[in-house]
Write a new protein. Structure first.
Length: 148
């Protein structure tokens, strides 16, 4: 006995094709939006890098790398170690220190599969609104205008 499908198989294939096309379009659209945000963030960071006052940098290259690693590890994987993020940012004594750590972070982790490209965009993805507000207040005390 041959069983008849209630729907013509060609309609099932058409529906699946439409779903696949929509998924592909969404993927490329979301990637382009992500790239736009990363470019904007990179432009702001590049401008800030040009404004680093080397006389006010108190962190060594090794310390900047250690702080970048601490921030990366605080956001890597499920969950976020918010206290580690606050501690790392509070460790920076000046605006130039914050920018140096952010530049080190971008250089070390910006091309990683798990990064949005910059420290700022990674923080935006990991912090709640209230946490971002508190980090912004810490940054403001260091004369960092860039907001998370």
């Amino acid at each position: 006995m041959k069983m008849k499908l209630p729907v013509d198989p060609k309609w099932i294939l058409i529906a699946l094709s439409v779903v696949v096309v929509l998924v592909i379009v969404y993927f490329f659209w979301s990637q382009s939006d992500k790239q736009k945000k990363v470019k904007e963030s990179n432009a702001a960071i590049d401008q800030a890098n040009r404004e680093i006052d080397t006389s006010k940098v108190t962190v060594t290259a090794e310390q900047a790398e250690a702080l970048a690693d601490k921030l990366w590890n605080a956001m890597l994987g499920p969950g976020t170690d918010y206290d580690a993020i606050k501690t790392a940012i509070r460790t920076c004594k000046s605006r130039s220190d914050v920018i140096t750590v952010a530049a080190t972070y971008r250089q070390k982790y910006g091309d990683s599969w798990f990064s949005n490209g910059t420290l700022w965009s990674d923080l935006q993805g990991d912090l709640s609104t209230e946490q971002a507000k508190e980090i912004n207040e810490i940054l403001e005390d260091k004369n960092v205008e860039f907001k998370i």
